[in-house]
Design a protein around this ligand. Structure first.
Ligand SMILES: Cc1ncc(COP(=O)(O)O)c(C=O)c1O
Length: 474
């Protein structure tokens, strides 16, 4: 019998064709990044039509890359410009280009890092990057962790790890504690991990939106008296609404008295520890049992780069390690961990390169300077706005978020605030988002993109002042 013929349309391009493909994409990327400062801060007008243009049957025949990129351009254009300098909404990150290049390399070499035996040195690169992050958070040598797709997954893995470490197999008595300002992902994690809503205590915050330790301890004591099993408390290191940092030393003391696992959700705030000013604001983070960090926030990497750190990597292993006959050939390797033993994932992208390569290329100092600038810009915006008659600051920024309510001369402050936000965003120079805290409509400026500098924050402040003044004259 003759062996089967190879495909007529091979998926492996010739070297010259591959170079043309990469060049075409490189041209697109360079042109796009170059135009970012001139792009509107958002543009979703007619986005539905562009979205609908992608409804099509699966193409049987291939198309040239130029045609494909031409279709992609309007899809990218009709969106929030999350990578642009004017993006001050939610929690920005930016997406440094060197990380995108790292992804190209990682996907092109397509090595398997889920088990160390398959690529020991690459697994070591990823482990090294994780261990750098652990060191930056003040963890002792021997601490470890896992790179995830983001903060939500890190929080889930932390909870599952604590559940395995602190609770019996039947864990339904386990009770967990988090402030009212804790990110949604932790409440989702509780559900996903099998805890009914009644096992989750939302602890009141103080005037600066920080968890109240007295309320935490009272809840723990009362739960224990009722036969529940308190086991996990979240300490926020930078809440999403206002950037509040919970009182870590007090939380750690309570946790020690009651044998709670302390998980720091530092998804947004953790990287401020890279500079002395930030480190001073989060004493005790290094004593927490686990820490969620989002390099796609405070290290400006592209979306999809999260990290969970644990003081004791054995806890991660105990919660996740399993065996399977088909993995018997790759169960052990020297000098690098099996990442699949530390998280729910087996196959996944080589995330470590996206973190390691930019740090190699730029050096840590470049990141520290950026982080300092973000703190300074937020404080500057706060100073500019705090005496404005139309705004009332909620708090001095604890990190790089400025949160404030509107104060019209008459009428409904919430409606006034929402209209100011709409008008500011309509200028398309910056993009701000809002929240509701204690039933009040709150405007926010979150400075975290590496592309955001003084000029753009000044635009935001000017637009807020002008639009509020204009609106109050109507
Ligand atoms: C404090 C905090 N925790 C967790 C998350 C969830 O992170 P991710 O969006 O990466 O899943 C966020 C996201 O903004 C956050 O601000």
């Amino acid at each position: 019998m003759r062996p089967p013929r190879g495909p007529a349309w091979p998926l492996e391009p010739e070297a010259a064709d591959l170079r043309r493909l990469i060049d075409a994409c490189a041209d697109y990327v360079v042109e796009h990044i170059d135009s970012l400062p001139r792009q509107p801060s958002f543009d979703v007008e007619g986005a539905g039509l562009v979205a609908a243009s992608f409804d099509e049957p699966v193409p049987e025949e291939g198309r040239p890359i130029e045609t494909i990129l031409d279709r992609l351009r309007p899809a990218v254009a009709k969106s929030f410009t999350t990578a642009g300098p004017g993006y001050l909404a939610f929690i920005p990150g930016g997406g440094i280009p060197s990380a995108a290049v790292a992804d190209l390399v990682a996907c092109a070499v397509n090595r398997f890092v889920g088990v160390a035996a398959a690529a020991p040195a690459l697994a070591r690169i990823e482990a090294q990057a994780i261990s750098w992050l652990a060191g930056l958070m003040g963890y002792p040598p021997g601490a470890g962790g896992i790179l995830t797709s983001g903060g939500s997954l890190s929080n889930l893995i932390a909870l599952v790890t604590a559940r395995a470490a602190r609770l019996p197999e039947n864990f339904l008595n386990g009770t967990l504690y988090a402030s009212e300002e804790t990110h949604l992902s932790l409440f989702k994690a509780a559900r996903t991990a099998g805890f009914p809503d009644r096992n989750v205590r939302r602890i009141a915050v103080d005037g600066r939106f920080r968890l109240r330790p007295d309320r935490l301890e009272a809840a723990v004591v009362s739960d224990r008296a009722q036969g529940r099993r308190p086991f996990f408390v979240v300490a926020n290191v930078g809440t999403t609404n206002t950037g509040a940092i919970d009182p870590l030393p007090e939380i750690l003391d309570i946790a020690r008295r009651h044998e709670l696992w302390v998980h720091a959700d530092a998804a947004y705030g953790g990287f401020f520890r890279l500079i002395p000013e930030g480190a001073g604001r989060m004493p005790g983070v290094e004593r927490c049992d686990s820490i969620t960090l989002d390099p796609h926030k405070g290290l400006f990497l592209p979306y999809g780069t999260g990290c969970l750190l644990v003081r004791d990597p054995e806890t991660l292993r105990r919660a996740h390690q399993g065996g399977a006959a088909y993995l018997q050939d790759v169960s052990a390797a020297e000098g690098a961990p099996n990442f699949t033993d530390l998280s729910p994932e087996l196959s996944r992208d080589f995330r470590g390169l996206r973190l390691w390569l930019p740090i190699q290329l730029h050096g840590l100092r470049a990141f520290k300077e950026q982080i300092q600038e973000k703190l300074d810009l937020a404080l500057w915006a706060y100073d500019e706005l705090k005496d404005d008659p139309f705004f009332e600051m909620l708090d001095e920024p604890q990190l790089s978020i400025v949160a404030f309510t509107a104060r019209p001369r008459g009428g409904d402050p919430d409606a006034f605030g929402a209209e100011v936000l709409r008008r500011v965003n309509a200028r398309r120079r910056v993009f701000l988002s809002s929240s509701t805290i204690g039933g009040r409509y709150v405007l926010r400026i979150c400075v975290l993109s590496f592309r955001t500098h003084a000029e753009r924050v000044r635009d935001a402040v000017t637009a807020l002042k002008e639009e509020a003044a204009r609106l109050s004259e109507l």
